[in-house]
Ligand binder design. Structure first.
Ligand SMILES: *[C@@H]1O[C@H](CO)[C@@H](O)[C@H](O)[C@H]1NC(C)=O
Ligand SMILES: *[C@@H]1O[C@H](CO)[C@@H](O)[C@H](O)[C@H]1NC(C)=O
Length: 455
């Protein structure tokens, strides 16, 4: 039975509230009769989610994220910029941005921080970052920049510089991952959350205020998703001081809020120091109905005695073991923080005035694994030759491992005096490969042999 079907379809798309209009004609010719019909219908979609319905301007599924963290800029960390805290080096109770702004009061705190914001990172940094072949910067920011809470001592003014930074990123061809690094009450009690001490994030309405902070950031940059391709809902929520079911609910709520501004902006969730496969596989993956989620994991091998006790080749082997681990996650995964450091020697890394596990100067640590020497404070050029060699091998192994999924972001672009953490100077000194895909050494993750000379 011969059937002829002709369908003419006209469709119409328009912006915010997407309507698709289909109109057509249908002719069906059979043995005994011809049916001629017309149809038209509207396919209405409640696309409040696509106010800016552009695809992601970075292909997280096909390209590798290669980035640096602009640490110590909008959220102070004493070890990154010890000069800012030098007047309290011997006490006084100032250990983080909260106590810093509290001690100085709003006017003096603003004056000093405004100077810091204007100088710590400049347009020349963005250009050099791009010139090294990097494609992302991750920018930590505290909730207090967008949603300060009653009674907070924090000062504002960061957003002017963040706006400027996004323009610089655009000019340099870089993408920005915005990273909410501090939440009200502190999500981890680390100084880098803004407030050292106890974890009170899930008290009162802190979580709701954090969602409002995310919404504010997302709204602010909704029209700049050509640069702001990813928003991290919260850096390093601790699994030990928080109820994880509330963390997960916050991730859903944060994702939904970013989605009301943009259908595709990547939403980054941190692993809360839980297993990226056994704990996180199955959560917020494509199959569960959410799109464009990146799991962020941070890989440091320095915050326990067992880790600082490791020899250089054990650090390499541990890095290599992370390769299959990151590869086996069921959503995009970025190693959003890692370092060239094999020790916790950098001055104040464990907190203002505190020592290191590596040389046994941290209160409570009992071991001694070596002398911190030039790793405590100094320059990349001033590192011992042996430390430079170990670091260069370690960095290459980590690049090999972390590129087995969506990529990596080094912590940090620069520091005042912590040489092993200074991507800019490490690269200038030839200790991080250029181009980033080149290698000076034989592939270390394809052998169980130790390739580092002298080890
Ligand atoms: C990523 O790419 C792979 C292979 O091309 C594809 O199977 C997968 O569906 C893509 N994932 C996403 C989240 O787009
Ligand atoms: C980085 O390099 C600059 C320029 O040479 C130098 O002034 C600074 O001290 C270096 N810092 C570190 C930690 O290497």
């Amino acid at each position: 039975m011969p059937i002829l079907v002709l369908i003419f379809v006209h469709d119409n798309h328009n912006g915010i509230h997407q309507s698709t209009y289909y109109r057509g004609s249908l002719f069906v010719t059979g043995r005994s009769k011809t049916i001629v019909g017309g149809f038209h219908f509207w396919k209405e979609q409640e696309l409040t989610i696509s106010r800016n319905k552009r695809q992601l301007s970075f292909d997280y599924n096909g390209s590798k994220v290669r980035g640096v963290n602009l640490g110590g800029w909008f959220v102070l960390e004493p070890w990154i910029t010890p000069s800012i805290f030098s007047q309290w080096a011997n006490g006084g109770g100032v250990v983080d941005e909260y106590t810093y702004t509290q001690a100085l009061g709003p006017t003096e705190a603003f004056n000093r921080l405004n100077q810091h914001w204007a100088t710590w990172i400049t347009q020349a940094d963005f250009q050099e970052i791009a010139s090294f072949g990097l494609n992302h910067v991750r920018i930590p920011i505290g909730y207090w920049a967008v949603n300060p809470q009653p009674g907070d001592p924090y000062v504002q003014g960061q957003l002017t510089y963040l706006d400027q930074a996004i323009g610089w990123a655009r000019s340099a061809g870089l993408k920005v991952m915005l990273d909410l690094h501090g939440a009200p009450g502190s999500q981890n009690g680390f100084d880098n959350s803004g407030r050292y001490g106890s974890i009170n994030w899930q008290s009162g309405d802190n979580v709701a205020q954090t969602v409002i902070a995310i919404k504010a950031l997302s709204d602010r940059y909704a029209s700049q998703t050509d640069v702001v391709t990813a928003i991290e809902l919260l850096n390093e929520p601790a699994n030990w001081g928080n109820d994880m079911s509330q963390v997960k609910q916050f991730y859903y709520d944060g994702w939904g809020n970013v989605r009301t501004d943009n259908a595709y902006t990547a939403v980054v969730i941190h692993d809360a120091f839980l297993d990226i496969q056994s704990y996180w596989n199955g959560f917020m993956n494509i199959a569960s109905g959410v799109n464009d989620v990146i799991l962020d994991t941070h890989i440091y091998q320095i915050f326990s005695d067992a880790e600082v006790a490791m020899k250089p080749c054990q650090h390499v082997q541990t890095a290599c073991a992370a390769g299959p681990k990151v590869a086996g996650t069921d959503k995009w995964l970025v190693v959003g923080e890692w370092t060239g450091a094999q020790t916790d020697c950098a001055k104040w890394l464990n907190g203002l005035g505190k020592g290191a596990r590596y040389d046994g100067t941290l209160a409570g640590s009992t071991g001694y694994y070596g002398d911190c020497q030039t790793k405590y404070e100094g320059t990349v050029d001033g590192l011992l030759a042996v430390d430079k060699t170990n670091l260069a091998y370690y960095v290459e192994a980590q690049l090999d491992a972390y590129e087995q999924h969506s990529g990596w972001i080094f912590w940090a672009w620069k520091t005042e005096s912590a040489p092993e953490w200074h991507f800019q100077n490490l690269t200038r000194a030839g200790l991080i490969p250029q181009p980033l895909t080149s290698r000076k050494f034989a592939p270390q993750c394809q052998t169980s042999a130790c390739l580092i000379p002298g080890n």
